[in-house]
Design a protein around this ligand. Sequence first.
Ligand code: NAP
Ligand code: ZN
Ligand code: ZN
Length: 350
Amino acid sequence: MKATSVKAYGTAAAEADLKQLDIERRAITVSDVAIDILFCGVCHSDLHFARNDWGMTQYPVVPGHEIVGRVTQIGDGVSKYKKGDLVAVGCLVDSCRTCSNCKADLEQYCPSWVGTYGGYDKHLDTNTHGGYSETIVVDEAFVLRVPKNLDQAGIAPVLCAGITTWSPLRHWKVGKGSKIAVVGLGGLGHMGIKLAHALGAHVTLFSRSTNKIEDAKALGADEVIISTDEGQMEKAMGSFDLILDTVPYAHDLNPYVGTLNTNGTLCVVGYLGPLDPMLVTVPMIMGRKSVAGSLIGGIAETQELLDFCGKHNITSDIEVIKIQDINNAYERMLKSDVKYRFVIDIASLK
Ligand code: NAP
Ligand code: ZN
Ligand code: ZN
């Protein structure tokens, strides 16, 4: 069967705006699901990738890994989904399925995981392209089921912003009695607050912005600490079991390490790269504190989160945009001018 040409939004260069272009979607294989995309969230990683912030982008790039859509076609061997099902696709579309990570439902740490965009599509021998597009074709093993009771646009950010904060909350066994903090109130941060609150934890937000205090409390934060206020930081010393740091750029982690309690962990999810300034080990050694990192989450864990959101009626706080507004949305995201995730209505592309 032949590949199909579909409309998408992407860019062929780091310094260029995103614009409409055509991409190929493969004909479905026996285990594939073809999906008509309804909504796609806008992650800060999309912006990093489009602008080659991580130095590994191959162009053209079509971002988008917070995808919600409807099944339009299934391969002969597909058993989990049928035509018309509401489904989702997150950051992963394939992995080797045989390594120890894959066997442990940790596909995100598989050395051969395939990203939803910027990965390698072995069927088409091209880069994978993401959800800023009309359709996508994905192996059923990497397709997720969406709870019917949730808003279709609002659930999209759960596929990346949600799972990226959920996975460390689960790994470090956050629940009733846990004291956790989130650094940065953006897409990841606001999901981290909602999810930790729903798990029963006491939640604190560290933010640079005094104008986010009320929002943070409405989202489920018990306290807000303004990270630029030395007095407030000093008062928080030795407080937290787990801190999720969602800040996208190099920043000083040392003041946050001090706010961990004994055995506490600061988990970096936002920034990828060398630390500047460097980490000082003294407060780590003096309290057996850890600085760790975490990448999205596996497929089973993402389904667990979608089901948890269905049960607890959790969606993201979003601003729905047309795809033609994506370049402006990127500029606004850089200024933290979004409450708290842009989601593209893909109908605007059709
Ligand atoms: P976002 O919506 O732009 O939110 C980031 C927040 O960080 C901002 O709202 C702001 O909060 C704070 N911030 C921004 N610039 C800052 C600076 N220079 N110094 C201190 N704080 C700053 O971004 P996002 O979509 O949540 O993504 C956050 C990061 O996570 C991105 O780098 C993204 O690539 C990464 N990411 C990682 C994974 C993973 O698997 N590890 C998955 C998805 C995304 P305040 O105004 O409250 O301070
Ligand atoms: Zn993302
Ligand atoms: Zn593997």
